[in-house]
Design a protein around this ligand. Structure first.
Ligand code: IPM
Ligand code: MG
Length: 370
């Protein structure tokens, strides 16, 4: 049996608390012999700044490159608000994404039946929702140069961020969008701002051309990113796969998280190109929620996004689709049984903390494994 080498980077804030529940699920799989994992835990983010003065050391980057998959918690918090921009906690995560060329960020927003009431939207709008936001992750405004604040002659300051995309960058993410759509609802919405941005004009042209050349079998719609934000709350079930640039994807995925009930529910997978020999991509799995410093250390954070991110690792990095399905099922059943962390609490449900939720999901896994 293959042994999967995982690097755990719990990070800051609630990261270590929710990662502990992944450890519990991992231990379950190792114990039953359904899959074998070895893990190593390392520092990234504010915790690494405290120890090493930088958010990601070259040593940890090396471990990340050598791992079969990285399971990432979350980084940042008010404690590091004053550190230099170049070495802020988030820079560690961005460096990992860039150095491993993890250009395709899959952010599925699924509304578990038990949580249809937990969304701020009406039940009928979100019940049964299953959409996928595909965010380009290594280009655009996040990495474009120049990126600077300069002082002008009159003493004012001037800040610049640059949005840059090349044909190749757009093509490779669009190709992933069409491939994913074929395995789902066969529909892609490409979201950009071609009415204002040159990158939007090129994005639209490249996606259109690739569709004509390679993906005529997939239904393609173009939508302006602002209209997409609006349609996501007006009628989210019209979407299947939404593909967009780095910055729009950051925003649209937080919005989509609320359709699923809470930011604490959404996992993500960041994938590179498939390895030519194994067919398996470099990959990092992280919940889309942040480090939530306001609730860190209290044992109340929702571990579902983190556990579900581990589930995505089983699917995309470990070739264990049945075990990934088991995790999804265990989460759904645990929610159906009434377990709720504070963020998804509803009347007459059983309010639990991080550990209790992780234990309940693991117990359900044990039952499913029979
Ligand atoms: C996300 C986060 C990150 C991002 C931060 C932590 C840098 O918000 O993964 O969505 O903006 O990409
Ligand atoms: Mg974000």
């Amino acid at each position: 049996m293959a042994i999967h080498k995982l690097l755990l980077l719990p990070g800051d804030g609630i990261g270590p608390e929710v990662m502990a529940e992944v450890d519990r699920v991992l231990a379950f799989f190792n114990k039953t012999g359904r899959a074998q994992f070895t893990t190593e835990t390392a520092l990234c983010g504010g915790c690494s700044i405290d120890k090493h003065g930088v958010p990601l050391t070259d040593e940890v980057l090396g471990k990340a490159k050598a791992a079969d998959a990285i399971i990432f918690g979350s980084v940042g918090g008010p404690k590091w608000d004053k550190v230099k921009y170049e070495i802020r906690p988030e820079a560690g995560l961005l460096r990992l994404r860039k150095e491993l060329d993890l250009f395709a960020n899959l952010r599925p927003a699924i509304c578990y039946p038990a949580l249809a009431e937990a969304s701020s939207l009406k039940r009928e709008l979100v019940e049964g929702l299953d959409i996928l936001i595909l965010r380009e992750l290594t280009g655009g405004t996040y990495f474009g140069e120049p990126k600077e604040i300069v002082t002008l002659e009159d003493g004012q300051k001037r800040a610049v961020d640059t949005t840059v995309y090349t044909t190749r960058e757009i093509e490779r993410i669009a190709r992933v969008a069409f491939d994913l759509a074929r395995k789902r609802g066969n529909k892609v919405h490409s979201a950009e701002k071609r009415n204002v941005m040159k990158t939007g004009v090129l994005w639209n042209q490249v996606v259109t051309a690739l569709h004509a050349k390679e993906a005529k079998d997939v239904e393609l719609h173009h939508i302006l990113a602002d209209a997409c934000a609006m349609q996501l709350v007006r009628n989210p079930k019209q979407f299947d796969v939404i593909v967009c640039d780095n910055l729009f994807g950051d925003m649209l995925s937080d919005e989509a998280a609320m359709l699923a009930g809470s930011l604490g529910m959404l996992p993500s997978a960041s994938l590179g190109a498939p390895d030519p020999k194994t067919g398996i991509p470099k990959a990092l799995y992280e919940p889309i929620h942040g480090s939530a410093p306001d609730i860190a250390g209290q044992g109340v954070a929702n571990p579902i996004a983190q556990i579900s991110s581990f589930g995505m690792a089983l699917r995309y990095s470990c070739n264990l689709p049945r075990e990934a399905d088991m995790i999804d099922k265990a989460i759904a059943n645990t929610l159906a049984a009434g377990y709720r962390t504070g963020d998804i609490m509803q009347p007459n449900m059983r309010k639990v903390g991080t550990t209790e939720m992780g234990k309940a999901i693991t117990t359900e896994l044990e039952r499913l494994a029979g």
